[in-house]
Design a protein around this ligand. Sequence first.
Ligand code: KIV
Length: 259
Amino acid sequence: MLTAEEKICAIRACRGVKPISQLTAYDYPTARLLDEAGVDMLLVGDSLGMMVLGFPDTTSVTLQHMLHHTAAVARAQTKALLVADMPIHTYDTPEQALESARALVEVGAEAVKLEGGCAVEPMIRAIVQAGIPVQAHIGLLPQHIKEDGGYRMRGKSESEAHALSDDLQAVTRAGAFSVVIECTRAEVAAQLTAAASVITIGIGAGHGTCDGEVQVFHDLVRYFPWFTPRFAVQHADLADSITSATQKWIAGLLLPGQK
Ligand code: KIV
């Protein structure tokens, strides 16, 4: 079993050699299956709020939820690096950020992810200085969707593109090993990647624009058919398989004495 440091080193070595893959996993069997399939990084994303817990967005997710699901994923003892999301209001100050990150590491996270650029530079620095690897997250920030004007593409204007570049520099200065770039124009993601010294992971930011891509597993296999983002790639239809398996099982049930 490699250490988190060794896993990050191996992932860094992939930069520019092969695209780096990251998928969400919120439970033990998914984590094992994705790991056995060869994914580089797993993310216990706070998207579990919608995908598993039935909330309308990620803002109701608590540290307790994240600890419960991170512990389940950690029991799979994956070769893939296990990154756990820090929910909203668990990193409002550097001290709180470190305490929350330590709690996630305690249950098995090998790195933590938090949303924001310049605004969270001191929080990232506090966590990294304590020896915990951080993946940053810039562009569209799902935890701030309400105040940030909804699900729209970021980096469309010159000033927004500049702000993204400032965010990238801030998280790099703070010591993040990687940054998720969500929902930006493809050209902006490509420019950020060209300028980056950290591993860039895109979502909704064009194909082949970043060092790798992350996707919500439920979107990949259509396990949450009620909403799928426009940019999601789908390679299986679990919703269909589950419905038809359930209907076949119901149809095959027998009453006592029936053959
Ligand atoms: O919570 C999550 O799943 C995420 C990804 C969309 C990057 O943050």
